[in-house]
Design a protein around this ligand. Sequence first.
Ligand code: TYM
Length: 409
Amino acid sequence: MTRVLSGVQPSGDMHIGNYLGAFRSWVASQAEHDSFYCIVDLHALTSEHDRGTLADRTLAAAAVLLAVGLDPAQCTLFVQSHVPEHTQLAWLLECTATMGELRRMTQFKEKTRRATAEDPPASAADAAVEADAAVDADASASASASADAAASAAASAAVAVAVETDAAVGEASAAQPETAGSGRRAAEADERVRDASGAARVGLFTYPVLMAADILLYDADRVPVGDDQRQHLELARTLASRFNSRYGATFVVPQAAVPAVGARVMDLQDPTRKMSKSVSSPQGTVSVLDPPDVVRRKVRRAVTDTDREVRHDPDSKPGVSNLLELLAAATSGDPVELADRYQEYGALKDDVADALVELLRPVRARYDLVMADPGELRRVLTDGAGRARQVAAATLARASTHMGLLAAG
Ligand code: TYM
């Protein structure tokens, strides 16, 4: 039977991007496949979090997942930190992954930049971006290399380029004509470039390895995710293959399952940016628990553009295209065909709002029911962790033995 695993961070309100990009496929999978779904609370520690609310957010995330239709009789729902094998396997995989591979992870670069973007002078931020781009340019040629030697060589090259680029940035700033202020500003800019990744938590850097452990522990064949997780999935595949070729057959090499429509829902206020839990854009983000009037207001105010043509063209009309994709995802339609039905944005927005309200109505109702019985929710998670551990412990033992560690006892 096909094994499925996926996860979600309890780091903010679940939104329609999570629902359309991931949760819907989770629900569809549970009847057919042996499915494991995980609230990845350890991942939520990789950036600033509120320790006073994390536990409640974890329970609320579980409640949302039951509300969208996960059924504990058909799938295993659990909390990542309740299964210590995740962090144990992550260590074995950290000793399999390379620095170069992790440096290439787009989400690390974006989140690092966002975390340090508050006050740096533009030149420092630009230099950091250029340094990353140089690493990317060099490394992308070998991104798909699966052979061990090739991957390691590419990784060393990427690290070497990173070091060289940092040095070049330093030299460039040192070569500026020295006025009183410019030398100091250049030195400050230099320091900020180093800080851009220097200040990031190590966990943010190694996060994709923990994610690979989440997946590989369960011998998952399929991993239903939104488009933004493709690169992380590629890393999980690379690590599984490398481990298998180095230490003998141990892991299943997983496949990403990304939906055809709804895999990348964009922010309603800034449709060039992905709708996200971690970016503060309450008006651009439709939570799965927003009441109907709030959903309608957010959709009505969605940013479009000044010409009035309804056309699916994500590059030149990102706002309208996002609305068409939302409608398509919510009604099982096709965004290009749907565009032909509309002559103006108002009617399209009304239909998107109606479709989302209908989609989310049962979710809100079920959420309230689930939250009314916290004891039952805890029981579901305890039971899920027990079932998850059985599978996870066997995989961890296999990986440890294949790596040559002495078995306990
Ligand atoms: P997270 O918590 O950011 O998102 C959960 C799922 O929702 C999808 N998603 C989206 N889909 C469409 N449009 C969007 N705007 C949108 N935003 C989010 C994500 O692709 C994801 O499928 N690293 C993961 C969590 C994770 C995981 C795992 C996933 C940890 N371990 C193992 C799969 C397997 C994350 O941060 O997802």
